[in-house]
Design a binder for this molecule. Sequence first.
Ligand code: NAD
Ligand code: DAU
Length: 353
Amino acid sequence: MILITGGAGFIGANFVLDWLAQCDEPVVNLDKLTYAGNLESLSAVQADARHCFVHGDIGDGDLVTRLLNQHQPRAVVNFAAESHVDRSIHGPGDFIQTNIVGTYSLLESVRGYWSALPADQKTAFRFLHVSTDEVYGSLGKDEPAFTERHHIEPNSPYSASKAASDHLVRAWHHTYGLPVLTTNCSNNYGPYHFPEKLIPLLIVNSLAGKNLPVYGDGQQIRDWLYVKDHCSAIRRVLEAGRVGEIYNVGGWNEKANLEIVHTVCALLDEMRPRDDGRPYHEQITYVTDRPGHDRRYAIDARKLEQELGWKPAETFESGIRKTVQWYLANPDWVTHVQSGAYREWVQTQYADQ
Ligand code: NAD
Ligand code: DAU
């Protein structure tokens, strides 16, 4: 079996659902259930004996050690993190605690378990750390996309905390021999995405008749990947990645934010036209820019493609259409995640806009 952390979040929940749809290997899913963790995203596997949910913190060494010894996983996949850049600007403390101190604690628990495994299991064991392209910093308009050898130049408290965790993972391999793999992926989108992030926020705000907040000039560029393609990349790296290596994950889909906003508006005009017949793009509002806002991210995914034969299944056009359809088909999920905690965040972030 495998142990995954953060599996009630956006990518982790998609990973669990896809994993169990594709194989029978059981999953133990350790998640703290912060505001971003949502068991409703896992309702399809609630009664599935192959899925064991455990409520807890990656930083709780006793709990993690107990789980490892009890379930004897052949791999750990670490999704658990604080993941929202704007929240890290308002309050970096949780990011330092989970992303750095929590990853350190998890590495130590895993190292203790791994060290005591019989030789063959020790060789086969993997610790896969899920990271982000944001650790590489920001690119100029004409610079080549990030390769795995790009400088680490994080600019936000979130990306700095992820970069720190990547460094710890690397060091635990070089110093202790822990068989690690690291993936650095670009922006994901798709089902179960918490509506504080750009694409789901645009969908839910459009439908609610609210403003569509565009930071600054809206010309910042992100490289978008459908979440299920990120999950297939992680499965492939876990299966065949070379120990100690980093694999960048991306779909060659660079888009300016404003283009994303117009694409979502156009899909909603087609699938759920406004009652007054007017276009959704009339709801666009330019708001104060994010402090230190990275201008451009772009992933060079050739290593993963050429070495491991991975390819994304979705184009941006097919993935974004599926995403809008999913949100239209799942209004209850949206309503339930827009809890008190969500409303407080929206009040903090967009109060003056
Ligand atoms: P998310 O915020 O949606 O989910 C994070 C999950 O981790 C939540 O379920 C939360 O409850 C859990 N968690 C937080 N702190 C924890 C702790 N101390 N112990 C146990 N569980 C804890 O995040 P996501 O978007 O699903 O991202 C998952 C991972 O992928 C993160 O490491 C993130 O840095 C990375 N990543 C995300 C993206 C993206 O576009 N979302 C892209 C590249 C990499
Ligand atoms: O690149 C990978 C990263 O992508 C992940 O590591 C992070 O966990 C994930 O949150 C995401 O970070 P971003 O900051 O790129 O995503 P976000 O959805 O917050 O913002 C996308 C872009 O849209 C960014 O340039 C900021 C802008 N934006 C965002 C929001 C929420 C707006 O213009 N308006 C908004 O209201």
